[in-house]
Design a protein. Sequence first.
Length: 570
Amino acid sequence: MRIIVIGGVAGGMSAAARARRLNEQAEIIVFEKGKYVSFANCGLPYHVGGEIEQESYLLLHSPASLKAELDLDVRIEHEVIGIDRDAQTVLVATPEGTETFEYDALVMSPGADAILPPIDGMDLPQVTHLRTVDEARELAARASTAKRAVVMGAGFIGLETAEAFRHRGLDVTLVELAPQVLPPLAPEMSALVEKELIAHGVDVRVGVAATGVQANSAAGDSAAGGSAADDAAVTVALSDGSSVPADIVVVSVGVRPNTALAREAGLELDPRGAILVDERQQTSDPHIWAAGDAIAVRHGVTGQVGPVPLAGPANRQGRRAADAIMGRADAAQPVLGTAIVRAFDLTAAMTGASPRMLDQAGIEYFVVHTHPGNHAGYFPGSEVLHLMGVFSPEGTLLGAQAVGPEGVDKRIDVLATALRAGFSADDIAELELAYAPPFGSAKDPINMLGFLAQNVVNGTTKVWTAGDLPWARDNALILDVRSEREYAMGHLPEAINLPHTHIREYIEGVKQLAAGRPVRVLCASGVRSYYAHRVLAQHGFDSATLDGGMFTLVEAVRDLELATGAFQPA
């Protein structure tokens, strides 16, 4: 049997290695058009920033090591330029010319290509991407002498690249067309990351796009009386009419599946151009399998089909393709899109569906936010962890997001596992998780998320959200149950201050203030307002507690105007 693999790195090399472990007699040939068949592409920004000092650390395997360990025939700088499905052959452009190879099984893992905005200046030498070892090497070298950088796109790679440049001491402008950084995050979670970027000197421009990049003829002549930016190599024009000088421009606005070869071969593609595969990675051709960023996958929550370019799923898909070729594959599980990124001293992570995705899919849900400490509050070093859960009306977990300095990764990993298992709020509330003061709390933040969702489902808690603020201002009594000091530091102008410890003794006064209106209660994080809400509800009030409290409200509502000073009774 001859197995040919198109493309290395995650999907392709996983398929080749797994095939060898299952079949010692098969002839396995890997064609990789680049110079590196197995490298840590997720580590590229950290090499640019200097945290991964040696480029060699990024190179996981070479053709020689793969030959020695797995007896794989790996051919770099060999590009497959044609597939004859009837003859079961591929046409390969080699350094010496073209050559045709027969196959019994073909695995396609061509990856994805960086999207280039349709604007002037994309061909300038100062404009690049960060997807290959060569590009990382070049950027690391240029960052040692450059002063300014513009990063187009505030997704995962864009944030990592901006952070890398700041580590190198560059002035960095981060440009994002969406109204927030990290568009997959909910806006109130993204706002926390944006503040962290700004706090570390990144000039964040959201809601704008680059409209062109122009070379500066005056570069190098700043000593002759020009402005401080005259020595910049290029100028990036933005859609709001402003412009930014730069010595380096990194484009990271997204990727598209590299499927021209598949299209020419007549394989079935989805509307976005990704290769359609079945649950065993088989394409519309019974002799061709596919894996990685070029394929369409099914989302485990929404059921929507499309590309999800993540390294973890790509590795599993390559392994599954090899299993299928050997007649032993289990069916693929839908993808949950679990992902994580570091932004200086914060970590942001997500799994499953976001509210925006559920809105697009027409799926009902509710959201709860909690802001516990990452470990026991009485143990030194506890810091706030911002955790968001998305649940079906019946309480089934649909997605989760977290932002915080520490403890984000393990909470999202647990919730990703719970999501895969189909857990409900009841299940999450009962999870038995490791506890000692340096690591967590007796009621872990994950349990607290489950408790909160439980209360919403069973009617113990009625919540109101940032989206309800205009209605609440017009129709309800807004009761701020924080301390007088917290209230004085910043509060909604309409809110009346009554610390939660005084609710019971002032029930009659609340009735008079409400005058038959609903009562909407808030505090800093949602805990004290929940206590007050339970008291009010049991005294007959139509009350609700603000989900996530002021922590969430001020992030969800941009430019929210707050009043200061102590409460003045009428």
